[in-house]
Design a protein around this ligand. Structure first.
Ligand code: NAD
Ligand code: MG
Length: 359
């Protein structure tokens, strides 16, 4: 079993990574605070894994909330289902919520935990690669608003994260690739050695070799944990985790959520960020080519959708949360494993890169 600690003072917590950990309740039950547990999952994941989880919770008063599957249901209205159940079942302030699902379930369950009776404890059991390496780590929780994604939320850290690699066996290929976009991101922004390791093992990783996947999830979490420990509330450095995300956000919005998966949009967005970094003279064409090759091998798109135009792109990028005081701040690379937050890329330069990418 691999294990690391996210170091946030009194809000520190462990992340456990191992195949079969879900069925090893003896190891993780101590992270459940009281006698009440509420499992939050969705109607795709519950039939696969809910029974396995509940088996580990005998002796607890367990209830469950099964949400409809999909980003479209990551809303305040659907969130209320969790509060309804918690109140109907008389859950008190010592209850523990357990998120069993991908990033949508994790974000919603975490936000419900942040709000219910002004804050209760929760555990993340991520079931997608993306949620294992990204959304379950770092304490960002929330839901979407019709006017913006993840616009309603809170920082709320879990008691622990349990990443069971066996659960990835049922994950659809597209979702697996989407998770790889974030894995590759860590190599690009802060871990050149990890990037080379990924290049070496990409074939076996895509074949979902469990040993290699454990290592990839572990190294990703170590990198994310280090960035979050330095800047929990995204005052500065944490923004580098958004490499490719401002471009990606524009793609997701233009194409409608779900048509392009988040990771797919991040893949194409990362390719654009690499190209822009080269255009600025900050990055070598060689590193750009290596990045593009790895993204391609991970089954990700490396070009934006051809039905988007430059004006639409710029408009949607400007609406991104990462924009401060009207300046378009982008995450760019100054080398392999070296990212900066910069507003130096002019609209003209961004336009050139978009046109070159076929927009
Ligand atoms: P998701 O939660 O929608 O899951 C993807 C799909 O896979 C869903 O249909 C789900 O039901 C299915 N699925 C999940 N696990 C499965 C399994 N083991 N077997 C079979 N099917 C399975 O998507 P995601 O990519 O995990 O998460 C995306 C969400 O995460 C977005 O809402 C995004 O905003 C959020 N996010 C949050 C953070 C954060 O820091 N909180 C970071 C990144 C992304
Ligand atoms: Mg992301």
């Amino acid at each position: 079993m691999k294990h690391l600690e996210l170091d946030l003072g009194e809000r520190s917590y462990p992340i456990f990574i191992a195949p079969g950990i879900l069925a090893d309740g003896g190891m993780w039950q101590k992270y459940i605070a009281g006698s009440q547990v509420c499992i939050v999952s969705n109607d795709t994941i519950a039939p696969l894994y809910l029974a396995r989880l509940k088996q580990q919770l005998s002796g607890k008063k367990v209830c469950e909330v099964i949400l409809p599957d999909g980003e479209a249901f990551k809303t305040l209205t659907v969130l209320e289902k969790i509060f309804d159940t918690l109140l109907q079942e008389n859950h008190n302030r010592s209850t523990t919520l357990i998120a069993l699902g991908g990033g949508v379930v994790g974000d919603m369950c975490g936000f419900a935990a942040a709000c219910y009776q002004r804050g209760v404890q929760f555990i993340q059991i991520p079931t997608t690669l993306l949620s294992m390496v990204d959304s379950s780590v770092g304490g960002k929780t929330g839901v979407n608003h019709p006017l913006g994604k993840n616009m309603i939320g809170a920082f709320h850290q879990p008691n622990c994260v349990l990443a069971d690699l066996d659960l990835l066996k049922t994950l659809p290929d597209r979702e697996f690739s989407a998770g790889m976009a974030e894995v590759i991101k860590y190599g690009l922004i802060c871990d050149a050695q990890f990037f080379s390791w990924l290049e070496q093992h990409i074939g076996a990783l895509m074949a979902r070799d469990v040993e290699l996947l454990s290592e990839a999830v572990y190294r990703s979490c170590v990198n994310k944990a280090a960035v979050v420990a330095e800047d929990e509330r995204e005052g500065g450095r944490r923004a580098i985790l958004n490499l490719g995300h401002t471009f990606g956000h524009a793609i997701e919005t233009a194409e409608g959520y779900g048509n392009w998966l988040h990771g797919e949009a991040v893949g194409a967005g990362t390719a654009l960020a690499l190209a822009l970094s080269v255009k600025l003279g900050w990055l070598s064409a060689d590193v750009e080519a290596r990045g593009i090759t790895l993204l391609t091998q991970a089954g990700l798109p490396i070009a934006p959708p051809s039905n988007m135009n430059v004006d639409q792109f710029l408009l949607l990028m400007g609406r991104d949360k990462k924009v401060l005081d009207g300046q378009l701040r982008l995450i760019l690379l100054t080398g392999l494993g070296e990212a900066v937050v910069s507003s130096e890329a002019s609209v003209e330069l961004i336009t050139e890169v978009l046109l070159a990418a076929g927009v």
